[in-house]
Design a protein around this ligand. Structure first.
Ligand code: TYD
Ligand code: MG
Length: 467
């Protein structure tokens, strides 16, 4: 039998190369290619005969199921995002920009859990013990039994957390600082991060401790060695927010034990993160209802309604190419709405700069915001303020039709609760509550919306020749 050739595998994306190279053609990462024995992982190593497998008992899909055993932190926004608390024996990755508040959140969680009698180990690889202590004092966590270590070596960390009583929760802050003797690349490289994370996950599975891993996001919005790490852990949460604003959102992007569309909302104060149980009030806080170009979107985040203001500014351009700038929304979605407005409503924006902003630094991911965005754009262009007590939601299709979205009743209920008496929503929406006293206006298509907002505003319809 011919000796199997070694192969060179990118540790970031898994592309197989026949020769070593500094840069992977697959993903463009540098120094991620390592030599691997193609049989090494499967055959049990060179020279060893493949082990004969042992048959396991097959079972059916129906039958007894156990709820995943969870550790509740008592911080309800955190418990909501994790789907009801940290699951024992699982690994959670918490990603986010540097300085967004990951260490703060986890120190608060550690303190809360420790007060509930859990054994918590906080391993800080980024900060010295003194720094972590200072933060703990500020967060009023210094008087708890949280066990602290400043360590980055994987083997030393494993030895430390294996000693004594099994911990209920281990926090590793952060995975980029982990380095292992068994991998011979520099700390922070994909190989090191992957080796370290693998070891931590193995520890969690073996002991039943919950493992929380902190990961920094790189400039491109990815965790270093992202694909490997995200696939390895049971849940991935992103802590996001705008540094210029105080509130932070903990968003679930993957969860093997719970829903993935929940968010937890916090506000950063001088005493750490404060829970925000009614985000709508926060996002609508500084509203100036009389200005044109502002529309309130009735959105949903998982099971929770969130009202947020969409602001548009449409102004004649002074440059050759008009500017399009979006904060908090998808820019290709904005281009689509502009195209639909132009094609079906005769609203010409080719000579206008368009700026779109979601208030408070919040990020909208739902297509249901289309109608609110279109309303804000039309309102700004026409110079007409929208009614202050009206919310907007609905998806716009390329044909200009307004399509129904899910959870109409919850959106309207939240709007009513916050004093909005009117709503513009898609025609044929299911579950519209009747007889609640709200003015629910059903919109068929985009021209209908434009007509309702602007009436016969002459500025809007400059070229009525082709429709
Ligand atoms: P940190 O948790 O260190 O961020 P990360 O671990 O994600 O890098 O938080 C850093 C920021 O939070 C820092 O700019 C200071 C601010 N902060 C407060 O505003 N209040 C507080 O009580 C604490 C502890 C931090
Ligand atoms: Mg930190």
């Amino acid at each position: 039998m011919a000796k199997p050739k070694t192969q060179f595998v990118c540790q970031n994306c898994g592309t197989v190369h026949s020769r070593w190279a500094g840069k992977c053609d697959g993903c463009g990462e540098w120094n991620t290619i390592v030599e691997e024995d193609p049989m090494g992982g499967i055959g049990g190593g060179p020279g060893r005969a493949p082990k004969k497998g042992r048959a396991v008992a097959l079972t059916t899909l129906s039958g007894e199921t156990e709820q995943a055993p969870r550790i509740h932190t008592g911080i309800s926004e955190l418990d909501r995002a994790t789907g009801g608390g940290f699951v024992r024996g699982s690994a959670v990755l918490i990603g986010g920009d540097p300085g967004i508040g990951k260490s703060t959140l986890l120190m608060q969680a550690a303190a809360a859990l420790s007060r509930r009698g859990h054994r918590i180990i906080y391993v800080s690889g980024e900060e010295a013990v003194a720094q972590v202590r200072l933060r703990a004092q500020r967060l009023d966590a210094a008087n708890t039994e949280v066990l602290l270590a400043a360590e980055t070596n994987v083997e030393d960390i494993l030895a430390t957390i294996s000693e004594g009583k099994r911990p209920d929760l281990v926090i590793i802050d952060s995975i980029q600082t982990l380095w292992s003797d068994t991998a011979d690349s520099a700390p922070g490289t994909v190989t090191q991060v992957r080796t370290g994370v693998q070891a931590m996950i193995r520890f969690a599975k073996q002991t039943g401790a919950a493992m929380v891993l902190v990961g920094h996001v790189t400039k491109e919005g990815q965790i270093a060695g992202p694909r490997v790490v995200e696939h390895m852990v049971d849940a991935v949460l992103y802590f996001e927010g705008d540094r210029g604003h105080h509130y932070r959102i903990l968003r679930t992007v993957k969860n093997r034990f719970g829903p993935t569309d929940e968010i937890g909302v916090f506000e950063m104060s001088d005493k750490g993160l404060r829970e925000v149980s009614n985000p709508s009030e926060l996002f609508l806080g500084e509203r100036n209802a009389k200005a044109p170009g502002a529309a309130v979107f009735a959105g949903m985040e998982g099971t929770r309604p969130v009202l947020v203001e969409v602001q548009a500014l449409v102004a004649p351009t002074s440059l050759g190419t008009p500017r399009r700038a979006v904060v908090g929304w998808d820019s290709s979605r904005l281009s689509m709405i502009l195209a639909v407005l132009e094609a079906h409503c005769g609203v010409k924006l080719g000579q206008h700069d368009v700026y779109l902003n979601v208030a408070g630094g919040y990020r909208i991911s739902e297509p249901a915001a289309d109608l609110a965005v279109a309303s804000a754009l039309v309102s700004s262009l026409a110079g007409l303020a929208l009614p202050a007590d009206c919310v907007y939601f609905g998806e716009i299709s390329l044909s200009g039709a307004v399509r129904p979205v899910s959870q109409t009743a919850q959106r309207l209920k939240e709007a009513e609760k916050l004093g909005f008496a009117g709503a513009m929503l898609p025609a044929a929406s299911a579950e519209v509550p009747k007889g609640t006293g709200g003015r629910w206006t059903e919109i068929d298509d985009l021209p209908d919306l434009v007509a309702r907002i602007a009436g016969s505003s002459a500025r809007l319809r400059q070229a009525p020749e082709d429709d």
